[in-house]
Design a binder for this molecule. Structure first.
Ligand SMILES: [Zn+2]
Length: 282
């Protein structure tokens, strides 16, 4: 792995530390088994053998089985029936969805999520695999490591852990899940989604920006708990309306609840015309 890849795990861990310490109470049960490090998770999910994790391929299935194994290790249960697999369609594939409960959990839910899919392979050039270490193995690693940290503590809500299929085709996996949650009247209160948190923002190292910053008080509340401006409002992200370009938007649209994406994608590094395309496809 390159030096850039090493930065991925450092930043993921920063995000995890900040969030997990405020989602949970101080009581810790450190005897539970641990899952691989964020760096190891990114290495596994972005590996060439997964062939870019396109939905309905063997590579996506491998990524999904890997994620399921981590959910089992931390003691998560399926949210639906007896399987983590949440089918969408033959074309769009399936999400992986689990839930963590604590003895103190009420019947309210929050959801932490990230898309697991990426673009597969291309037929030209020498490097033909879209590995997607940043987009979005980094987000998957963040979700799994936050879930692991929470599984060792007490918390007051049930926590849905969702790894989405078919984000790249147009948020299709999260859209199906949001509709299912609505149909089953699951009392979901808010959503935090992670998409591309593997690089450092040059304008604000070790901070993240939140899409749709003003659409709820989530970011302001979190900053207040963290006692620092960790979640930023990014003028470019707002101007580009990135709120609509990741899986948070499905939950906002279908359920009308606070739902945001956290990202560290370096928007200042690209020319304006390229921005939307790159945010969606890198
Ligand atoms: Zn993405």
């Amino acid at each position: 792995m390159t030096k850039k890849s090493l930065q991925l795990s450092a930043l993921v861990i920063t995000v995890i530390t900040c969030f997990s310490s405020h989602f949970a109470n101080a009581q810790s049960n450190s005897t539970k088994p641990t899952i691989p490090s964020a760096f190891e998770i990114i290495q596994a999910i972005a590996h060439d053998s997964l062939q870019g994790r396109k939905p309905s391929t063997v590579g996506y299935d491998k990524a999904a089985r890997y994620v399921e194994q981590q959910l089992l290790t931390i003691g998560a249960k399926p949210l639906f029936g007896n399987s983590f697999v949440d089918s969408v369609s033959a074309y769009y594939g399936y999400n992986i969805v689990g839930v963590l409960e604590s003895p103190q959990s009420t019947n309210e839910y929050i959801l932490i999520g990230a898309h697991l899919d990426h673009l597969g392979v291309k037929s030209y050039g020498t490097d033909t695999i879209y590995n997607g270490a940043n987009d979005n193995a980094s987000g998957v690693a963040a979700v799994l490591k936050i879930a692991e940290a929470l599984s060792k503590q007490q918390f007051s809500k049930k926590i849905i852990i969702a790894l989405f299929t078919s984000e790249e085709t147009g948020l299709d996996g999260s859209n199906a899940l949001a509709k299912k949650i609505k149909a089953q009247q699951i009392p979901l209160k808010y959503v935090i989604n992670f998409d591309m948190i593997g690089t450092t923002m040059t304008s604000a190292p070790n901070k993240v920006f939140v899409t749709g910053f003003d659409k709820s008080n989530l970011a302001i509340t979190a900053n207040s708990l963290l006692k620092e401006e960790f979640l930023l409002k990014d003028a470019q992200a707002e101007e580009m309306d990135l709120f609509r370009y990741s899986d948070n938007f499905s939950f906002y649209r279908v359920l009308n609840i606070p739902a945001h994406t956290m990202s560290t994608f370096n928007l200042t590094s690209i020319r304006p015309k390229q921005q939307l395309l790159i945010f969606h496809y890198q």
